[in-house]
Design a protein around this ligand. Structure first.
Ligand code: ZN
Ligand code: ZN
Length: 344
């Protein structure tokens, strides 16, 4: 028997072909950049700008948090309309598609793009949870891809609508699974007081503690404008996520993740280590935290050129598997492939 909530959920089903850009704008997120390409040149049809219109998450960082969610993923649970999922798992599935050399190039490249979108979705949700911020939802209706064919087919969206009601992240677990609830703020804000990784308004409530020292800026080769070693030795320039580098440097906290020595202090007062993709981007290594380490410049060169670079590779992969057990399978696949094909 359908309850009022069931009917409410049914009424949320989109019936019209809303354009993403219009809905994003209606949610209060700035869309002025949609009119431009990455190089700054104007695009003919901003609403179809591929840099934006396929994204799964918009806004955040001062703007409203906005996520695209399939209507069929929503359900009624305990009398509430909820969306429960683990987008981090989806990102890993997409990574697997992206590194599978039996897949055609366009499938791999689409999977890579989608994995990036999935991670954007996940980090926006995570931040909203930590900051107890509401989330707006663009509800999608159409052909959703099944998990088995992840990365193969682009899902076809038929209808979209912007939900007028705000949603709230009630749970975000360590493994990345979450629960967001329509229209009901999280009752208990206890978790929201945990330190925010981006240092916005820490809300110091322990009156006995001394003021926190300013955070040490952790720098890598890409933080220094004219550093000669801004590229890996692939000869090709790849896009690297600044967020991944930042998270990796924060994880290492100024200590080389291979040898354990402290990074040197820079003239500007930061601590310097270099970020390194353990499985190179050129070998389909994903640009994600579980494939990036922060190591001292000496070990970095050694990882690329040392006679013992295979030992460094094995040691760094083992450390990453240990730290990110959910990435074990994919890292082991990449490691085995490397061992059998040899390093170039
Ligand atoms: Zn080192
Ligand atoms: Zn490197």
């Amino acid at each position: 028997m359908a309850t009022d909530r069931d009917r409410e959920l049914e009424a949320l089903r989109p019936q019209h072909e809303g354009r993403v850009m219009d809905l994003v704008e209606a949610a209060g997120v700035d869309v002025s950049q949609w009119a431009f390409r990455k190089d700054g040149s104007p695009v003919q049809n901003p609403a179809a700008n591929p840099n934006y219109c396929y994204e799964w998450a918009f806004g955040g960082n001062g703007e409203p948090n906005l996520l695209c969610v399939w209507h069929r993923s929503m359900s009624v649970s305990d009398g509430l309309i909820v969306y429960e999922d683990c987008i981090r798992d989806l990102a890993l599935k997409l990574d697997r598609v992206a590194i599978d050399r039996t897949n055609p190039a366009h499938v791999k490249s689409r999977a890579r793009d989608q994995a990036k979108r999935a991670r954007g979705f996940d980090s926006l949700l995570q931040r909203a949870f930590r900051r107890s911020e509401p989330v707006r939802i663009i509800v999608l209706q159409g052909e959703q891809r099944a998990a088995v064919e992840v990365g193969w087919e682009t899902a076809t969206v038929r209808f979209r609508r912007l939900d007028d009601v705000e949603w709230y992240v009630h749970a975000y677990d360590d493994d990345g699974s979450f629960r967001i609830v329509r229209g009901v703020p999280r009752a208990d804000n206890a978790e929201a007081t945990e330190a925010d990784d981006e240092g916005t308004s820490p809300d110091v409530d322990e009156n006995d503690s001394a003021p926190e020292p300013p955070p040490v800026p952790y720098l890598d080769q890409f933080s220094i404008p004219d550093a000669p070693e801004r590229r890996e030795n692939t000869g090709t320039s790849f896009n690297r996520s600044a967020e991944v580098r930042r998270a990796t440097l924060a994880r290492a906290a100024g200590v080389c993740e291979f040898c354990g020595c402290a990074g040197f202090k820079t003239a500007s007062g930061g601590v310097y280590l270099e970020t390194h993709h353990v499985v190179p981007l050129a070998e389909d290594g994903p640009d994600v935290e579980w494939n990036v380490v922060a190591i001292c410049p000496n070990d970095h060169r050694r990882a690329h050129h040392g006679e013992d670079r295979d030992i460094l590779f094995d040691s760094l992969t083992a450390a990453l598997i240990n730290r990110y057990p959910q990435a074990r399978e994919i890292l082991e696949t990449l490691r085995t492939r490397r061992a059998t094909q040899g390093v170039t």
